[in-house]
Design a protein around this ligand. Structure first.
Ligand SMILES: *[C@@H]1O[C@H](CO)[C@@H](O)[C@H](O)[C@H]1NC(C)=O
Ligand SMILES: *[C@@H]1O[C@H](CO)[C@@H](O)[C@H](O)[C@H]1NC(C)=O
Length: 267
C-alpha cells in the first residue's frame, strides 16, 4: 500500500484534531499526545514515528508528543507488556503536568491499549485538560483472547497467552502483566471485578468514583474507532463499548476505510 494512500486515510482523525476550534499558546494549534499500542514504541519510524511526522507536516507548528514509557525505545516496548498500567498512567500524568507546552490543554490519540490507557489519564488527571480523546482500536471493555500478536513479538505473546489462560486474575500475573490488567473474562465476572487492577477500576466496576465521571465529562469529544477485522484481540466489540453516549459519530466511511488499512499496521 502506498504511503500517500495511508496519509489520505489517516487524515480523518488528523483533520478532526486540526478542526478543534480552540486556540492555545502553541502557535495557534492544540498539542497532540499519542500513546502507542502493545508491541510498539513511541518512535518506531513505521508506526508512531510516521504518524507524528505526518501530523506535523499536516498541521504547521503543532506540538506532537509521542509517549515513551521508560528511558528508551526498548524499555518502552517492554513496558507495554510488563509494567503495571496504573504506574504507567501516573508516570504519564506527571509527565504531562510538567510539560509547559501542554498547559493550555491537549488532544489525545491512543492506539489499541494506548486508547484505554489514555482514557484512564482523562479520568484520573484533569490537569492539564484533555480536550478530545481519539481511541483507535482501544479495548475499553478489555480482552478475553489474544489470538495473534503484532510484529516481532510473537514469542513474548505465546508466553503471555499461557499466563493469561492459566491465571489472569492471580496477584502474580495481575501485577506483572499489562494485558492481564485489562483481561475481562465474561464467564467469571466476579473474579474480574474483584481482581482486575486496572480495567475494573477505570470502568467503575467496584465503586463509582464520581471524580472519574466528572473528569471524563470534561472531554469535549470522545471518538472510539473500532477495527473491523481485528485479529489480535478478542472480542472486537470491546473497542466501542462503554460510554456510548459520548461517542461522536464521525463519517462511517472514513472510519471503515481507515481501520481496514491501519489494522494491518498498528496495534
Ligand atoms: C507556527 O510554526 C510554524 C513552523 O514552526 C511557522 O512557520 C509559523 O510561522 C508559526 N505560526 C505562528 C502563527 O506562530
Ligand atoms: C477517585 O479517583 C481519584 C482520582 O484518581 C482518586 O484520587 C480517588 O482516590 C478515587 N476515589 C475512590 C473512592 O476510589
Amino acid at each position: 500500500m502506498t504511503t500517500a494512500l495511508l496519509c489520505f486515510l489517516l487524515a480523518g482523525p488528523v483533520l478532526l484534531v486540526a478542526a478543534s476550534p480552540v486556540h492555545d499558546p502553541n502557535n495557534g494549534t492544540t498539542p497532540l499526545v499519542i500513546w502507542h499500542g502493545m508491541g510498539d514504541s513511541c518512535c518506531n519510524p513505521l508506526s508512531m514515528g510516521a504518524i507524528k511526522k505526518m501530523i506535523e507536516e499536516e498541521i504547521s507548528g503543532i506540538y506532537v508528543l509521542s509517549l515513551m514509557i521508560g528511558k528508551n525505545v526498548i524499555e518502552d516496548t517492554e513496558n507495554g507488556f510488563f509494567k503495571d498500567v496504573n504506574e504507567q498512567v501516573s508516570m504519564v500524568c506527571s509527565q504531562l503536568a510538567q510539560d509547559p507546552k501542554l498547559k493550555g490543554g491537549y488532544n489525545a490519540m491512543g492506539f489499541s491499549q494506548g486508547g484505554q490507557f489514555l482514557r484512564a489519564v482523562a479520568q484520573r488527571c484533569p490537569s492539564p485538560q484533555m480536550k478530545t480523546l481519539i481511541s483507535v482500536g482501544g479495548q475499553h471493555q478489555g480482552v478475553y483472547g489474544l489470538p495473534r500478536c503484532p510484529g516481532e513479538s510473537s514469542h513474548i505473546c505465546d508466553m503471555i497467552r499461557k499466563a493469561l489462560n492459566s491465571g489472569a486474575y492471580t496477584d502474580m500475573v495481575q501485577k506483572h502483566l499489562v494485558q492481564a490488567q485489562y483481561w475481562h473474562d465474561p464467564l467469571n465476572d466476579d473474579l474480574y471485578k474483584k481482581h482486575s487492577l486496572f480495567l475494573a477500576d477505570i470502568n467503575q466496576e467496584r465503586v463509582v468514583n464520581e471524580t472519574y465521571k466528572k473528569n471524563l465529562q470534561q472531554l469535549e469529544k470522545f471518538v472510539m474507532v473500532k477495527f473491523l477485522q481485528d485479529s489480535v484481540v478478542d472480542p472486537v466489540d470491546s473497542e466501542v463499548s462503554v460510554l456510548e453516549t459520548l461517542i461522536l459519530s464521525i463519517g462511517y466511511l472514513i472510519i471503515s476505510l481507515m481501520t481496514h488499512l491501519i489494522s494491518h499496521l498498528y496495534l
